[in-house]
Design a binder for this molecule. Sequence first.
Ligand SMILES: Nc1nc2c(ncn2[C@@H]2O[C@H](COP(=O)(O)OP(=O)(O)OP(=O)(O)O)[C@@H](O)[C@H]2O)c(=O)[nH]1
Ligand SMILES: [Mg+2]
Length: 336
Amino acid sequence: MGGSMAHMERVTQPRWCQQAMADENQAEFRSGFVALAGQPNVGKSTLMNALLGQKISITTSKPQTTRNRILGVKTLPGRGQIVYVDTPGIHKAHKALNALMVDNAMSSIGSTDLVLFIIDAPAAMRGGSPSPARGDEAVAEALAGTGLPVVLAVNKIDKLGDTGRVLPIIEAYAGIGGLEPLAVVPISALEGHGLDRLEGLLLGHLEQGEPLYPEDMVTDQAERFIAAELIREKLTLQTRREIPYSSAVIVEEFHDDVVRGLLKMRAIIHVEQDSQKGIVIGKGGQRLKQIGSQARADLERFFGRKVFLDIHVKVSRNWSGDAKALERLGYTREEG
Ligand SMILES: Nc1nc2c(ncn2[C@@H]2O[C@H](COP(=O)(O)OP(=O)(O)OP(=O)(O)O)[C@@H](O)[C@H]2O)c(=O)[nH]1
Ligand SMILES: [Mg+2]
């Protein structure tokens, strides 16, 4: 265990684990933090959800969806515990929000034990012949700079058509950015190909150790944060151009109405300009209504409860370029 995340809450070993460790003939229990790292849109969050078997991190077809470090705990009874750390995509940042996202991604990655570098296989075929996707070299250099062990995952192989293209892509990535991956694994996060093998391989590269989190825990994200993220996902899916990048969601009220047996939430969507407010609300409030009903369906699934959701749209001028506004909207520097 190397990084500062190791100092996060440790828990008492469950009895089965103590027994396993006491008996030398039993397989050892392994644990550690695994970063999911790569450019935006390569499928990091889709992969984390698939590995966990539960949606914890939002995913969309638009790049720069994930803005914070998202933790996902996978306990493999008797074998180990992998704590996945989903991170924002590494990219050239122009706005204050993006600079913060990339800084936070790098500091989260630096605090893990093992890095899974995820690349987009179809993007590596874009020029017709296999070559590293634009931007992957810079990411590889940054990851090599952490000094951490790296496993390379070649994702979206379902989109390649011909599986014969996988090997040339792997060859094209040999030595990229000075990286020397411990292993290379072709996968499809969306269709679930190669994930069992990947999980076993990651586990095998973690050190022997006790569970880092309770075995029934899946994430450390606050309920309000998860609710805000699910609303932001629907908003991102329902809008175009700059709107997703100019929007932030805060859940200002979240309470359990025991009398009526439902979770009551009040959320604010912050946009940067009046025109954007009009677009998000839509004609006769149609778009906001749609965002709300889609979000509510997901929220009810996630919390296993009936949800009453009230969403408002507010203009917070140029918040994504303003350090103070970022802080107010919950985008702060994350330590590892
Ligand atoms: N065909 C295919 N699509 C995939 C696969 N994995 C992810 N995707 C799609 O790729 C898009 C981006 O996925 P995300 O999981 O949001 O990507 P990300 O790397 O987390 O992106 P950021 O959060 O923006 O950094 C979504 O439309 C996913 O459905 C895959 O294995 N095959
Ligand atoms: Mg993501």
